[in-house]
Design a protein. Structure first.
Ligand code: AP5
Length: 196
């Protein structure tokens, strides 16, 4: 698997479960028309395909654990390759979740330009996910799995974040979505200006 020839910006969108990655990505797509690829959504699509691999994935996600690294990267790389001809930029949401995932992505896909990290306390994350649980229908939006997802996130996050000191921008995600998006937009505008 060799790296892809990508000339548009690549942005990773990181943060704990419920930090607002998906919410901010939706707004970024509206403003910048980037291609949004969420590792969680790609995995859930695989699960709903009903394949035996999908069943294994569903069990892992229900336990709040990380699925095998090669599989997530393969799903992402295929989706990037498919969207590449028309894409203005890629928002890679929920990846990397382990240090090694980031290293592999830059080797087998392309270098990242910007890492957005949405930072919120565990208390806020739990409250938001429990709120969303009322309507989401997600197998992992229940109190027990939310605790495990947080544990998984807190186990790996420091190592991921330490890896990207200069490219990583930490954004206070305790604020309302409009304020967070205003800061996010400034960071993306800076990136786009630097790439001109
Ligand atoms: P994934 O689907 O990525 O879930 P997650 O990281 O747990 O994040 P969420 O999608 O639940 O939350 P979010 O940050 O997008 O927040 P949202 O905007 O929805 O991953 C699921 C599972 O897949 C993982 O546990 C793992 O098993 C597997 N997986 C995924 N990627 C993997 C990888 N790379 N490697 C291995 N395994 C992987 O917001 C949440 C709620 O808060 C919403 O109700 C929203 O309306 C509300 N909200 C958002 N922003 C605000 C705000 N500013 N103020 C108040 N409320 C807000």
């Amino acid at each position: 698997m060799s790296a892809l020839d990508i000339s548009v910006p690549i942005i990773w969108v990181l943060g704990g479960p419920g930090s607002g990655k998906g919410t901010q990505c939706e707004r970024i797509v509206t403003k910048y028309q980037f291609t949004h690829l969420s590792s969680g959504d790609l995995l859930r699509e695989e699960v709903s395909s009903g394949s035996s691999r999908g069943q294994e994935l569903s069990a892992i996600m229900e336990r709040g654990e990380l699925v095998p690294m090669d599989l997530v990267l393969e799903l992402l790389r295929d989706a990037i390759q498919k969207a590449l001809p028309d894409s203005k930029g890629f928002l890679i949401d929920g990846y990397p979740r382990e240090k090694e995932q980031g290293i592999l992505f830059e080797k087998k896909v392309a270098p990242v330009h910007l890492v957005l990290f949405y930072d919120a306390s565990d208390k806020t994350l739990v409250e938001r996910l429990l709120g969303r649980a009322k309507t989401s229908g997600r197998v992992d939006d229940n109190e027990e799995t939310i605790k495990k997802r947080l544990h998984t996130f807190n186990t790996h996050n420091d190592q991921v974040v330490q890896q990207y000191t200069e490219k990583l921008k930490r954004i206070d995600a305790e604020r309302n979505a409009d304020e967070i998006f205003a800061e996010t937009s400034l960071l993306i505008d800076d990136l786009l200006a630097s790439l001109k």
